[in-house]
Design a protein around this ligand. Structure first.
Ligand code: HEC
Length: 230
């Protein structure tokens, strides 16, 4: 684990929105800035299983809440209408808002004896050891991705309160972005580089056709990144 100066710790906690009291450089009692726990927190499954068996299926309560599907009878728009529909979305929102914090518990990334197929020069995914090393080198970034996911959970709960079905489109996009932002950093960062290279090529190509000099730029985060599992 990296050592933090008290100031850096303050800044980190501030970013996380965990800190409710003023930052002071004097060591303060742990209870004043950390949420109180009623007991020990121990993980049951790996990150991979937490995703597969909890985060992913419950995110579908939100993703599947609104859709437009072309059927034989024409275009069918699916929107929540009944109390049961909204309840399902609420279950999704609560599970994401609360469940996101389970990612703060130190746990293995893959089930025992398993690893990602992360060897060779063309590997896009990181190995469990690489993922862990990344989190340990910069826990603030890992936590920021977790907070981003939690925030979408809170956004969903707010929409459920107001039962504004139209806002679910935006929430669904925000959710997709929160998932992808973490995956592109920790799971398949190779894809980030791939998109960046493709984007640069495209810019060079467009510029050469327009007869101007290419200005290779950093690509912004790809929004259409393919999710291997979806
Ligand atoms: C804070 C980071 C983080 C966030 C946020 C996150 N994931 Fe993941 N997810 C991971 C990591 C890391 C892996 C790779 C785990 C591994 O393969 O060891 C993963 C893997 C997965 C997998 C593959 C599981 C399998 O069986 O291989 C699915 C599906 C998934 N995530 C879905 C989601 C969805 C849906 C969301 C958003 C609602 C999401 N994740 C948000 C970190 C995150």
């Amino acid at each position: 684990m990296r050592r933090h100066t008290p100031l850096a710790t303050c800044a980190g906690l501030f970013v996380l929105g965990v800190l409710t009291t003023t930052c002071s450089s004097k060591p303060s009692p742990a209870s004043s800035s950390t949420p109180k726990l009623w007991g020990e927190l121990t993980p049951v499954v790996s990150v991979k299983e937490l995703m597969r068996d909890m985060i992913d299926p419950l995110a579908d309560n939100v993703f599947d809440a609104v859709s437009i599907v072309g059927t034989e009878k024409g275009v069918v728009e699916k929107m929540p209408t009944t109390d049961a529909d909204w309840e399902k979305i609420r279950v999704g929102g609560v599970s994401l808002a609360e469940g996101a914090y389970l990612l703060k518990i130190q746990r293995s990334f893959t089930p025992p004896g398993e690893d990602n197929n992360a060897t060779g020069p063309d590997a896009v995914v990181l190995s469990a050891a690489q993922m862990r090393a990344k989190v340990e080198a910069d826990p603030v970034m890992w936590n920021a991705k977790i907070e981003a996911l939690r925030n979408v959970g809170l956004e969903v709960l707010d929409i459920v309160k107001r039962k504004d079905a139209n806002e679910l489109w935006g929430a669904s996009e925000d959710l997709d972005r929160a998932c992808e932002a973490c995956h592109l950093e920790y799971w398949y960062p190779g894809e980030k580089d791939l998109f960046r290279r493709l984007d640069r090529r495209l810019k060079e190509f467009t510029a050469s056709r327009a007869g101007t000099t290419a200005q290779p730029q950093e690509a912004t985060q790809p929004q259409e990144a393919t999710q291997p599992q979806k």
